[in-house]
Design a protein around this ligand. Structure first.
Ligand code: NAD
Length: 320
């Protein structure tokens, strides 16, 4: 179990049913020894569960990710060994989508700048041309990735009177249309959106999906929002574009390197960054823990995981 699982209360909840080993307190050789005995690996989402770790755990019956994104797990190796991988994806969806809306409102109204000017005692800022914001009503939100978070965001954006464009090659056009959104290619989405919102899974296809060429297609007044995974954006290209004011701004909850060391984006007024807290709400944090503990208990008592949380259900025989 890695350190991120503590906030979600998982070690405490699982302690009642199993011997809990905290991997971050162990040396490499101690970890290898513990993996040799482990029935379950639980990660908060960022601790890597690599091929070599999975192969060092012959008794492993489940890998549980206490997050939506599971790119830190070698799912292919787990599948080939008959080990189910589960995630607690549904738990923090609304909070993450709300954070994207929060970024849009803050950026449209330049709230971060207004707050900082007022703190400096500059009430007159309200009369300056720079203080003039814009409305979300009637603007276009382009959502890249129309999974759970993308759809929750779509509902919220459409409730605020925004038009919706969607790009997701793995979702049926009919589903997008049924949502009142228009299915478009990525280039068209970038060119037509006032807010480009990234809500896709991080895969080899989506890594650095937004780089200099893609930013070049965006409107000069557009904003880029990322509540998915930092790896989707080429941060150097984004930094240059924001510094030159090639696009109006960005709202990022995620960075390619977390925690960041020397990230120049942190210095820009037109870039709002939060430390990957979009999903961290009081309502949902313990739900994630409970989902994960329920799945671990299910599998360790001989049942398959529930379909809604199971990433690799095509496994033919579970590792017993
Ligand atoms: N910031 C946070 O705290 C936080 C919290 C939860 C989820 N997330 C991240 O948000 C993202 C969405 O989460 P979710 O729960 O909706 O996951 P999800 O699995 O429901 O949806 C992911 C979507 O990405 C789509 N996708 C895959 N490849 C794509 C591509 N090449 N182009 C466009 N779309 C593609 C999939 O078809 C799917 O619809 C994930 O990256 C997840 O890790 C972040």
């Amino acid at each position: 179990m890695d350190s991120e699982t503590e906030r979600k209360g998982i070690p405490k909840l699982l302690n009642r049913y199993a011997k809990v080993v905290r991997s971050y307190t162990l040396t490499a050789s101690e970890l290898r020894r513990e993996l040799g005995e482990a029935d379950a690996i639980v990660t908060g989402g960022f601790g890597k569960v690599s091929k070599s770790e999975i192969e060092s755990a012959p008794k492993l019956k489940i890998i549980a990710v206490a997050a939506a994104g599971y790119e830190s797990v070698d799912v292919q190796t787990a599948t080939s060994r008959g080990i189910p991988v589960v995630r607690a994806g549904t738990a923090d969806v609304e909070g993450v989508a709300e954070q994207a809306v929060g970024f849009m409102i803050m950026l449209a109204k330049k709230m971060n700048v207004a707050i900082s000017e007022l703190r400096k005692g500059n009430w007159k800022y309200r009369n300056s041309p720079e203080a003039l914001g814009s409305e979300l009503f009637g603007k276009t939100a382009g959502i890249v990735g129309f999974g759970m978070v993308g759809r929750a965001l779509g509902r919220k954006a459409s409730g605020m009177g925004m038009r919706l464009l969607v790009f997701d090659p793995y979702v049926k056009r009919k589903e997008v249309k049924g949502f009142g959104a228009r299915f478009v290619g990525l280039k068209k989405l970038l060119a037509l959106s006032d807010y480009v919102c990234l809500a896709a899974a991080l895969t080899s296809e989506t890594r650095h999906a937004i780089g200099a060429n893609e930013i070049e297609l965006m409107k000069p007044g557009a904003f880029l929002i990322n509540i998915a995974r930092g790896g989707m954006i080429d941060e150097e290209a984004l930094f240059l574009a924001l510094r030159k004011k090639r696009i109006a701004g960005a709202g990022l909850d995620v960075l390619e390197k977390e925690p960041p060391t020397d990230c120049p984006l942190l210095q820009l007024d037109n870039c709002i960054i939060t430390p990957h807290t979009a999903g961290a709400t009081a309502e949902r944090t313990s739900d994630i823990g409970r989902v994960i503990v329920r799945e671990v208990k299910r599998v360790l008592s001989g049942h398959p995981p529930s379909a809604a949380n199971w990433i690799n259900p095509k496994i033919k025989r579970l590792n017993k």
